[in-house]
Ligand binder design. Sequence first.
Ligand code: AHG
Ligand code: MN
Ligand code: MN
Ligand code: MN
Length: 338
Amino acid sequence: MSIVSRKVLTLDEFTIQQLRDFPHATGELSGLLRDMGLAAKRVNVEVNKAGLVDILGDAGAVNVQGEDVKKLDVFANNQFTGVLQHGISCAGIASEELDDFVAFDDAVSKNSKYVCLYDPLDGSGNIDVNVSIGTIFSVYRRVTPQGTPVTKEDFLQPGRMQVAAGYMVYGSSTMLVYATRRGVNGFTLDPSIGEFCLSHPDIKCPEWGKIYSVNHGNFFQYSKGVQQYIDACQRRTKDNGGPYTQRYIGSMVADVHRNLIKGGIFMYPGTTDKPKGKLRLLYESNPFAFILEVAGGRATNGKERILDIVPTELHQRTPLFIGSKGMMDELDACMAQY
Ligand code: AHG
Ligand code: MN
Ligand code: MN
Ligand code: MN
């Protein structure tokens, strides 16, 4: 019988080790990450059974975003909300799938210092066809006093105030990646022991990549600057760092995860129909902007840094350009001409 290799750190072991450098830390953030990991394992089991159990298809409702809600959207939302509500590290949540934020009113939760915002199931459109989907989350320190119920103010903080952000990919393997200001680390679910194990320590986004990710179907609805940049991507040759490759899964988690690891740029620009694009600032753009910046990349709405936007609505949308620093700088130069 082989012995357990202590070189493999589980998510819990890793977050507890991180606490050692902070003698005054309470361990609440570790607890919150453990809760998110636990709910992710439950969602993962359900995603793996999709097709066998009655989990495919629409739930028969339309969410506050105006989208058809899938059964798995509801299941995932209930798992993450439930685990945080019954945990001891989170005072309230906001979710893509809920009209309003939820203030946890039990005595333990009210005394917690964090709020969590999430897109419980990202890439809903891909559920029914067995393509990678994910979860995206964001953690802030509340601005209202501990011991009182959280208010909207706690959720409408600019993204630069995030304490941590992360995502899960339910793909060919299941991963949890999270960032704090200290770095970005990735954990792969080992199904044989049911634990997320450190597999991608200290992730850095390469300064350049060869991948650009955008929905080409909307090309003629993009601004001239965006069209110009896409055109430039297509014209890259081996003499100027190309040729580039276009990759677009349609689950932002999977698209941005790939570009974070390999280097690349992901864009969901505004269109003539939807000038603010599709992605939600609080549940999608902010967490990824935080993760990419910690990893050395950049994220903007085409004009300003995503993390500096002061939110006014829980469900507000924003155009998003995110990825390798060199490619983002080039995009800026291209857009500045128009
Ligand atoms: P969600 O499933 O959480 O509503 O998000 C879907 C988003 C995102 O994951 C993806 O990048 C984008 O929708 C794809 O949209 P298009 O099909 O318009 O390209
Ligand atoms: Mn949705
Ligand atoms: Mn999403
Ligand atoms: Mn979603």
